[in-house]
Design a protein around this ligand. Structure first.
Ligand code: ADP
Ligand code: MG
Length: 357
């Protein structure tokens, strides 16, 4: 009898303790502790959005707005389907003056980053990109490379962002060979705009990831956002890092868009000096608060290669760079080395450069 009573009190106190414990946890938990997640397909890539700290309804409304914004950008900036950009390209080729109000911010940034990268980032080489078959919705085709004569012809015409003249809202080109393609920084710029829109909507903790081009703000509760950088092989994660405040992490790689012909892989990043696809690096990651800059820089550094990336990174003013070469060796500046974490069981060889300053 006594034993039974003893058990009863024991269970009673245990249950009271348990309820108290659960209540104390839920009271210190944020009301909207779950991360709201959504995905949609645009820019030929999957866009993922994670939002923390707001009611589900507010998050889902924001995702709808961002989806529409992305679709509008896709339509306005498309380099081969009819868009504001293809209209502008037609005018540039025929020497006409256009009013390109909606494209002006992109044009001005393109001119700046092109100058800072010594023309390695050169969105005026649309004709070369098309010649290599990269203005294409379908990448499954095994296309042969274009002829050396055709490549040389376009390289000699030397289209550059310096040929684009901007006068108020009016735009024209002094070189009819200029055809704009914003593919190298459109996604970085798009995530900048999308994050700005979320902030306007009162959302201050989020990640927007457009196919390896991401921007994050705030935190996930008490924890900073922790993100992975895709392995250049196309599967798995190469490294991970935590986000500090508002930052973009942009990776240019040749695992998604490339052509293969006779066993040779041709990258979709073209060296404007030679008209040939960039070789040597399989992945370049740049972190910067400015997504458009990080994206332009990741493309420019892919072309700059191991010899020249440090100089170009300094000229562009980026502070965190990671490059991977064809042998899988990872090159980082010291500030990046401090931030990036590798799987200890699968750690690559790492070479740390001089500081970028
Ligand atoms: P991803 O699309 O994988 O993020 P990038 O940001 O490097 O890769 O952009 C590659 C795209 O940029 C190409 O598909 C092409 O449209 C365009 N492009 C290729 N070479 C250059 C270049 N030298 N300068 C500017 N744009 C380029
Ligand atoms: Mg880029």
């Amino acid at each position: 009898m006594l034993k039974r009573k003893y058990y009863f009190y024991f269970y009673f106190y245990f249950i009271i303790l348990l309820i108290g414990f659960v209540l104390s946890i839920s009271s210190c938990k944020n009301q909207y502790d779950d991360v709201y997640q959504a995905q949609f397909y645009v820019f030929g890539t999957l866009v993922g959005i994670s939002i923390w700290g707001v009611p589900e309804e507010k998050a889902s409304q924001a995702v709808n707005i961002i989806t529409q914004d992305f679709q509008a950008m896709h339509k306005n900036w498309h380099a081969w389907h009819k868009s504001l950009l293809t209209d502008l390209n037609q005018a540039l080729a025929s020497g006409k003056v256009s009013t390109a109000t909606q494209l002006l911010p992109l044009l001005k940034l393109a001119k700046l980053y092109s100058r800072q990268s010594d023309g390695l980032f050169n969105p005026a080489i649309g004709q070369l990109i098309r010649l290599w078959g990269f203005q294409n919705d379908d990448f499954s085709e095994n296309l042969p490379p274009p002829s050396a004569e055709k490549i040389a012809e376009l390289v000699n015409l030397a289209p550059s962002m310096n040929d684009i003249q901007i006068n108020g809202e009016q735009v024209y080109s002094t070189n009819p060979a200029v055809q704009l393609d914003f593919g190298a920084f459109a996604k970085g710029y798009a995530v900048d705009l999308a994050i700005k829109k979320l902030q306007k909507l009162g959302i201050n903790n989020a990640i927007i990831n457009a196919g390896g081009n991401l921007k994050a703000i705030g935190k996930k509760g008490q924890q900073p956002w922790f993100i992975g950088i895709r392995h250049p092989s196309g599967t798995g994660v190469l490294a991970a890092l935590t986000i500090k405040g508002e930052e973009s992490v942009i990776t240019s790689g040749n695992y998604e868009r490339f052509h293969e012909y006779n066993g040779v892989r041709y990258s979709h990043i073209i060296d404007p000096r030679t008209g040939q696809p960039a070789r040597g690096l399989t992945s370049v990651t740049v972190i910067d608060p400015n997504g458009a800059l990080a994206d332009a820089a990741s493309t420019a550094l892919t072309i700059a290669g191991l010899q020249d990336w440090h100089r170009i990174a300094r000229q562009m003013g980026v502070k965190y760079v990671m490059l991977v070469d064809e042998a899988g060796i990872v090159y980082v500046n010291p500030a990046m080395a401090e931030r990036v974490q590798f799987d200890p069981k699968n750690k690559p060889q790492i070479v740390v450069s001089q500081p970028l300053k």
